[in-house]
Ligand binder design. Sequence first.
Ligand SMILES: NC(=O)C1=CN([C@@H]2O[C@H](COP(=O)(O)OP(=O)(O)OC[C@H]3O[C@@H](n4cnc5c(N)ncnc54)[C@H](O)[C@@H]3O)[C@@H](O)[C@H]2O)[C@@H](O)CC1
Ligand SMILES: [K+]
Length: 470
Amino acid sequence: MTAADRAAIAAGTPGEMLMERAGQGVVEAILARFEVQPVTVLCGPGNNGGDGYVVARLLSERGWPVEVRALAEPATDDARTMRGRWSGPVKPLSGPVGEGLVVDALFGAGLARPLDGLAAAAVTALTNRAEQVIAVDIPSGLPGDTGAPLGVAVCAGLTVTFHARKPAHVLEPGRSLCGEIVVVDIGLGETPTRLVENGPEAWAARFPWPETHSHKHARGRLIVVSGDAWSTGAARLASRGGLRIGAGLVTILSTEEALASNAAHLEAVMLKPFATELELEQAADHADAAIIGPAAGVSETTLLNVLALARTGAALVIDADAITVFRDDPEELFSVLDRDDVLTPHPGEFERLFPGVLKAAPERITAARRAAERAGSVVLLKGPDTVIAAPDGRAAVNLNGSPWLATAGSGDVLAGFIGGLVSQGMDSFDAACAGAWIHAEAAALHGPGLISEDLPGLAPRILRRLYAER
Ligand SMILES: NC(=O)C1=CN([C@@H]2O[C@H](COP(=O)(O)OP(=O)(O)OC[C@H]3O[C@@H](n4cnc5c(N)ncnc54)[C@H](O)[C@@H]3O)[C@@H](O)[C@H]2O)[C@@H](O)CC1
Ligand SMILES: [K+]
C-alpha cells in the first residue's frame, strides 16, 4: 500500500471503497476500448489481486464471460472481501490461458522480489499477446518505484493505474511494458509527489514571452562557442535553436580559421572572433547565457574555454565534448558550476562525470538528482525518458520523447533551446524542462524524415500553441 493509500484510509475512506473505485476504473477503461469477449483475470494474493476480483465481478455483471485464476488465497482483508463478492469459480493459476483479454492483477505496488514458479510461468505465457493484456496498476514483475523489471515481467497493451503515475510508468524500460497508461482518480486527494511529469503545466506560467517594451538587448544575449573549421555546424544548429526560442541576440564565437565557414552560413546570428580563452572570456562578458560543447572538440582548449566562460556572469549550458573533457577530474568542473548552469549529458557522458551513479541508483530520477546535487547545477540526462533534475531536489521526466530525435545534431538544437530560454531569464530548471519538451514536441510534429536542421523552424508552431494557451 502506498503512503497515499494509507493517508486516504486514515482520513476515513475505507480501503474497500478505494479498491472498488480502482476496479471500476479498470473496467471503464476496458469498456471504452474493447468489444465484449472472454476475459481471464489473474489474481495475486495482495490488494492488486483484490482489484482483480472487483474487475471480474463488474465485467461479469455486464455480461462478459469471465474466468478467474488465482495464484493463492487472498492475504489481505480487503482482497478477501472482494474475493467473497465474486460468486464465480476461482481456478488455479497453472495451465494455458484461453482466448480473449487477460487482466493482470497478480502483483502491483507490493511486489517484493522477482516472480518465480507459477507466477513467472503465467507471465512468460503472456509473451506475444501484449495487446490483449490489461495490467492493473503496474505490469506484474515491475516494481512501481523504478523502471527496471525484477526478472520476468508482464508486457501490457494497457495499464490502468490509480491516483498518479509512478516512476515505473515513466521510466524505461518499464514505460514500454505498460502500453497505453490510464490514470484513474480514486479519491486520494492532493498528495505531495516527488515525480513531476514534464509538460507546459509545470513551467508555462514562467515562460519568458516578450513584453511590448522588449527590445533585442533585453530579450536575452546568448553566445555559442563554435568548433574548429571542419566542425562548425553544431554551433550553428544550437544558435538557430536559441534564436527561434526567443533569445534577442545570438552570437557565435569562433576562432579565426572557422570564421569563413561560419560567416558563409549565418544571417540573423552574429559572428565574433576569438583566439585565446582570455579573449573568449572578454567576448562573453556581456552574455546572459553561453553554450559550449557541440562539436567543440575533446581537447585541453575546450576545457580552458569552459573555465573561461565560468568566470563570466553568463549562465552556462555545457554539452557533449565540453562534458567529456572533464572526465579525468569532474570536480574541476563542479567547482565552477552553480545552480544557473545546465549539464546536458547522454548516458555515456553522464557516466564520465558521475561514474557509477547510474548503476548504483534504483532508477534514473534518483541518479539525475544525485548528479545535480553533486555538480551543483541542473542536470538533464538524455534518453527516451529524459530526466531533468536541479540541485534543490526538483526533478521531472519528459513523457513526450520522440524516436525521430535519434538523428545527428538534435542534441545541439536542444542545447540551443535551453540556452535561449536561460538567456531570457528563465530559471535554468524550468528552461531545461521547457527546452526538452518543445524539442520533442517539434520532432513529433515533423515525424518521419526529420533532420536536426528542421527542429528550430518547427519551434514556432509549438510556441504559437503555448502563447495562445498562456
Ligand atoms: N490499499 C488500497 O487501499 C488500495 C490498493 N490498491 C491496489 O493494491 C495494490 C498494492 O497491494 P499490496 O500492497 O497488497 O501488494 P500486491 O498486491 O502487489 O502484492 C503483495 C503480496 O504479494 C506478495 N509478494 C510480493 N512479491 C511477490 C513475489 N515475487 N512472488 C510471490 N509473492 C509476492 C507479498 O508477500 C504480499 O502478500 C496496488 O498495486 C493496487 O493495485 C488499489 O486497490 C487502490 C487502493
Ligand atoms: K498487476
